[in-house]
Write a protein that binds this ligand. Structure first.
Ligand code: TYD
Ligand code: MG
Length: 449
């Protein structure tokens, strides 16, 4: 195949340029451009498909196949849909290979044919891992040569029901004159697996490594090609792992799966409600409890605030597990509406246990944590705080108030400060409900000011 022309591609975001650039105009990263060669064969294949009327299309039955790993099935929306193409992305060492090998073990046990393509481990390493995971049915086909012709041969011979590609960054097509993991290699090989998946009765999982910044290494492009994108998150220094779908053509995208990485593989944690709470009995200055909704589940999280005097003139704000801009906004409202002065203080806000909270309903808990730390006064005991803060200092309603409160009730929470708007929806009996309309009411009640 002869070279036609070369193009420069940003290895972070896939932005293309005909000239070599120092800084990417799309993602702003420096020195990320690499030269790639385009060939007519690859880009201009003729494939003519005739237009169809919607009524001529027959609905194919798509029963879901359970992996029997409940937390994984939940994130997928109830199991694997036939002919689906799924990306499992995560940082190195988080446990992607471990998870997918366990999935393979269960699928094979139920009579499915599985081909596990690994460009990262030797057959011996995979064998040792399967022993460690206690996979008893070892009829999994292993292919450790990620060269595309070897893969095509393997697929033809075995005709698997499930294909695992671990990882897409190692798959290599010798006809493309760039190295494995380059944008063109990843894109072309991912397209090959997409076509294979759609044309054959199989489902394919791609493993994708992500960089420190949290983007799937190089090719963000992968996210557009696949049917579902599942992120496997967690601090590799701890055992806790969270599986989260950020795109799912076959289900909801807000379900999470919770696991613990143990000596013999991943252990599911179906009851994660209290996992992120240290001690519900004690109340400490700077800490509040917020019941967040993750899909169909409520998880109690601790919002921690630390407010300390600034030493360098410019006050610092450090936020983890929450949206930085949202926290800045809450601090601005506290200053303007409540006359608290944060401009000579550094403010740190954190969600305990490394979980991310992505809803504005946590605003009130963030605000009270910050004031509680500033005043060095603990909030009232066994009390949750729920509510979005408006720019004028009013407390806005949240969704799923009952779902949240029912779980709080089960876990022994005694009081709940909630938006006044939501008070008529509440049906729990064993929690004292304190409805508030404005921020100052919540501050006075929760901190006894
Ligand atoms: P791995 O699945 O190889 O991660 P990834 O494919 O995402 O790079 O998991 C690697 C880590 O998990 C490694 O540090 C060892 C640990 N581990 C366990 O703690 N228990 C186990 O049973 C296994 C197989 C791995
Ligand atoms: Mg791996």
């Amino acid at each position: 195949m002869k070279k036609e022309k070369s193009i420069f591609v940003c290895s972070e975001c896939g932005y293309q340029s005909i000239k070599l650039l120092g800084k990417c105009p799309n993602c702003g990263k420096w020195n990320t451009f690499i030269e790639e060669f385009y060939t007519t064969d690859l880009l201009r294949k003729k494939e003519i498909t005739q237009p169809q009327k919607l009524k001529e299309i027959e609905i194919e039955e798509t029963p879901r196949i359970k992996t029997e790993i409940g937390e994984f099935d939940r994130v997928l929306g109830g199991g694997i849909v036939n002919k689906s193409y799924i990306l499992v992305a995560g940082e190195p060492g988080v446990g992607k290979s471990t998870l997918l090998l366990s999935v393979c073990g269960n699928l094979v046990k139920n009579g499915y044919k599985v081909l596990y393509i690994s460009g990262e481990e030797s057959p011996n390493q995979i064998k040792m891992r399967s022993k460690r995971l206690g996979i008893d049915s070892e009829d999994i086909y292993i292919l450790t040569n990620p060269e595309i012709n070897s893969i095509k041969n393997g697929l033809e011979k075995i005709k698997p029901d499930f294909v695992i590609v671990d990882s897409i960054q190692t798959v290599y097509n010798p006809e493309i004159p760039t190295i494995p993991g380059s944008v063109t290699q990843v894109r072309e090989n991912a397209n090959f697996f997409m076509k294979y998946t759609k044309n054959n009765k199989c489902a394919t999982f791609l493993v994708g490594h992500i960089t420190k910044e949290g983007v799937v290494a190089g090719p963000k492009i992968l996210e557009h090609i696949v049917d579902a994108v599942i992120y496997f998150e967690g601090d590799v220094r701890t055992n806790l792992r969270i599986l989260r779908s950020i795109k799912n053509r076959f289900g909801s995208t807000n379900e999470i799966g919770v696991f613990s990485m143990e000596e013999n593989g991943l252990v599911e944690i179906p009851d994660a409600s209290m996992l992120f709470i240290q001690d519900i009995e004690k109340n400490v200055a700077g800490r509040t409890i917020f019941p967040t909704i993750e899909g169909t589940r409520t998880i109690l999280v601790e919002i921690e605030g630390l407010v300390t005097p600034t030493y360098y003139g410019i006050p610092k704000r450090t936020v983890s597990g929450l949206d930085y801009n949202r926290v800045s906004l809450i601090i601005a409202v506290l200053e303007k509406k409540m006359r608290f002065n944060f401009n000579t203080y550094d403010v740190y806000v954190n969600v305990g246990g490394g979980i991310k909270v992505n809803e504005v309903g946590s605003d009130l808990a963030v605000a009270i944590s910050c004031i509680s730390s500033l005043k060095d006064t603990p909030p009232i005991k066994k009390c949750v705080l729920i509510g979005e803060i408006g720019l004028t200092g009013e407390i806005r309603g949240v969704e799923n108030i009952n779902l949240r409160l029912k779980e709080c009730e089960r876990l022994g929470i005694e009081k709940a400060i909630i938006p006044d708007r939501n008070k008529n929806d509440v049906s729990v009996k064993n929690i004292e409900i304190i409805p508030v309309k404005f921020l100052y009411e919540a501050v006075n009640i929760s901190l006894n000011l």
